[in-house]
Design a protein around this ligand. Structure first.
Ligand code: FEO
Ligand code: CA
Ligand code: CA
Length: 674
């Protein structure tokens, strides 16, 4: 039995993430940008949702200009109005239909979803929770169908399970029993589902032989690359250090040119747990620091353990007191063959261990494969992997390309160049004199190695997306309100960066393996009508079009950039729900953003994935009804299973909100976005 005083006081996983990501505060000059935003766009205005946006602009006496003529933009659609309410919205002329929901059958023998009688066995055969990245593949045998892989990043137990208490001050998940923890583990991982088109709409094909659920517990994985078998990967259950059970916190990902799926393990630290307590009687908390023995520096840098889930109360491998090396077995890029349900996924240690947001690939002009990945934590780094081998017609051989190569980390220079600093044992500071013993250690502790190399600490790097056509690489930097004035630099120019920014890198001559790139800012996010925010947009961006906290992105088959947002519980700083925005990158329209789709209250917008004909875009709506519902007009409290802020998408009594994949098409047919 777990006791409340032994647990952390978080109301949901987003708050737990915020808390774990905090760095010690420095002295701050008053008034802060946060104060200004709070004064001008405080809670009462936020409660009015979209209206408040207009109010702010008018109060400032600076109504934003109307959008420029459509001729300048690469997009042609009527912009959606920003706001925040109980359901999703898409631009006029488009239809957004819900295609797959948490609990939907992945196989033909699965009974109808009933959240009141859920079990781990059922969950292992159903679509998982909190869908994030989406990757699609053509199927040789059925060219009209698609094979879809979807990440299930985390769980929102407060709206998943009936009967949990969730008062604002006192929701600590002490009631997560062993059975509920098992459901959570089954709801993580990846779903692989074939889709077919019926009457113009994509639907899941539950009879497909390709369908598969991969979870935190049901799938054995292999380890390869320089850290495979290293003593720090060895555990009681796996003395070889080469066989790992499952994957979790799968955030974004990538699709390889040889037809495999890459899933990025992000906030793995939250899943590890200690029995050790600290603090005064009555205020005891599970310990988060000073653990790890010889690995203490690594534990500290990776925030292990963070005690977000109590799986460690029931399963020894998640308890760092018992299995101190288990955390070293997560935080990797994992490759999955979606066409072989019996295949063993591979964790590629050559790509380094950190909170991988994603892992987008491109084939370099010399045939080597390049993978970009952001480390989503304040003041962490942007990475690039270049394979040693070159791509060939032999897709089996191509599967070894991510096993051997050079991982490098970005240093953004004020003169507009980016240096890629190799994480290679024995080079630069990564020598025995400085305590580095092997390439395996460099990769297991990639954050520490990158710091030693002098990489640029960034404002939470999320998706890093190469565009084959232009040779550009877009870097989403979601926000970092902990950056102080004296910590600003050219590539992270704002102190208290509440709204994030987007950087473009350029590979010289489209050589993505070059030692040096160039970079420039594309946009600085936030409300352009508040001077203190210091945003940078094309003035053609409307009051609906600007956004905060860019997260995922996609370049569509036309070469156009689309960006999703994840503001978490702080959506009231913009007064808008999260959304999906078309962002111009070229010509007179460069830096113009236009709102296309938005999510219901409490949700995050993820997974933009376009079909090759650009006629459908798949969007992942995760954790609806959870984040920041205290600021939601008329609701103004935390959601629970029994009392959620929205019951999207079913809107049926007794059915909680359900993370879902939505498909969007143009009602009249044709390309998304014009
Ligand atoms: Fe899982 Fe960085 O978002
Ligand atoms: Ca995010
Ligand atoms: Ca993300």
């Amino acid at each position: 039995m777990l006791h409340k005083e032994n647990l952390q006081l978080f109301s949901n996983k987003a708050e737990a993430f915020e808390a774990s990501d905090d760095t010690p505060a420095h002295d701050v000059e008053a008034p802060t940008i946060g104060d200004v935003i709070q004064q001008r766009f405080g809670r009462r205005d936020a409660l009015k949702g979209a209206l408040a946006v207009t109010t702010v602009a008018l109060l400032m006496g600076k109504a934003l200009p109307a959008r420029a003529g459509k001729g300048a933009s690469a997009f042609d659609f009527d912009e959606l109005d920003a706001g925040n309410d109980v359901t999703h919205h898409v631009a006029d002329g488009y239809e957004a239909y819900v295609m797959l929901r948490w609990g939907d059958a992945v196989f033909s023998d699965v009974p109808a979803f009933n959240p009141a009688s859920q079990s781990a066995d059922k969950q292992h055969r159903q679509f998982g929770y909190n869908n994030d990245y989406i990757g699609i593949f053509n199927i040789a045998e059925r060219p009209d169908n698609l094979l879809m892989c979807i990440n299930h990043e985390f769980c929102s137990p407060e709206v998943m399970f009936p009967g949990l208490t969730a008062s604002p001050e006192d929701n600590d998940f002490a009631e997560i029993t062993s059975d509920l923890a098992d459901i959570e583990m089954a709801a993580h991982g990846v779903s692989i589902i074939e889709l077919e088109k019926r009457d113009g709409k994509w639907i899941p094909l539950v009879t497909s032989p390709f369908n598969r659920r991969i979870s935190a517990v049901n799938t054995e994985m292999m380890v390869d690359g320089p850290a495979a078998g290293h003593p720090r990967l060895q555990t009681t259950a796996d003395p070889s250090g080469r066989r790992i059970t499952g994957t979790f916190n799968n955030c974004a990902g990538g699709v390889t040119p040889w037809g495999t799926y890459l899933t990025a393990e992000e906030n793995f630290h939250g899943y590890f747990w200690t029995d050790e307590m600290e603090g005064k009687d009555g205020k005891k908390k599970r310990r988060k620091t000073g653990l790890g023995g010889e690995q203490a520096a690594s534990y500290k840098r990776y925030a292990v353990p963070s005690n977000w889930y109590n799986w460690g109360a029931y399963h020894r491998r998640f308890n760092v007191d018992k299995e101190p090396n288990e955390p070293n077995r997560f935080g990797w890029i994992t490759e999955i063959d979606p066409f072989d349900t019996s295949s063993t996924p591979v964790k590629h240690t050559a790509l380094g261990r950190f909170s991988h947001e994603g892992c987008e690939c491109i084939v370099n002009n010399d045939g080597r494969v390049v993978v970009y990945s952001g480390d989503d934590k304040r003041f962490e780094y942007v990475y690039r992997f270049v394979s040693a081998g070159k791509i060939s017609d032999d897709n089996k051989a191509n599967r070894t390309l991510l096993s051997d190569g050079v991982l490098a980390v970005a240093r953004f220079n004020p003169n507009g160049t980016v240096d890629w600093l190799p994480l290679v044992y024995g080079e630069g500071p990564l020598t025995p004199e400085n305590g580095w013993e092997s390439q395996a250690q460099v990769l297991i502790d990639a954050r520490l190695a990158a710091e030693a190399l002098g990489a640029t600490p960034m404002d939470r790097p999320e998706d890093v997306q190469p565009d084959a056509k232009s040779g550009k690489i877009y870097v989403m930097l979601t926000n970092n309100h902990k950056r102080k004035k004296d910590q600003t630099d050219a590539a992270n120019p704002r102190a208290e960066n509440h709204f994030g920014h987007i950087i473009e890198m350029m590979a010289p001559g489209r050589n993505h393996a070059a030692d040096q790139f160039t970079w420039q800012l594309l946009i600085k996010c936030g409300d352009p009508s508040i001077a203190e925010v210091g945003s940078l947009w094309n003035p053609a961006t409307s009051t609906n079009g600007w956004f905060g906290s860019p997260d995922n992105c996609a370049v569509d088959p036309q070469g156009r950039l689309w960006v999703t947002t994840d503001q978490g519980k702080k959506w009231n700083k913009t007064g808008k729900s999260d959304g999906f925005y078309a962002v111009d990158t070229e010509g007179d329209a460069r830096g113009t953003s236009t709102l296309f789709f938005r999510v219901p209250i409490g949700a995050e917008m993820c997974g933009p994935c376009f079909t090759p004909d650009t006629e459908t875009v798949f969007l992942a709506v995760q954790h609806p009804g959870t984040d920041g519902t205290e600021e939601f007009a008329g609701f103004e409290r935390k959601s629970t299973f029994e009392d959620p802020a929205t019951r999207w998408p079913d809107f049926k009594d007794g059915m909680p909100p359900r993370p879902s994949v939505v498909a969007v098409r143009k009602k009249s047919g044709g390309r998304i976005g014009g």
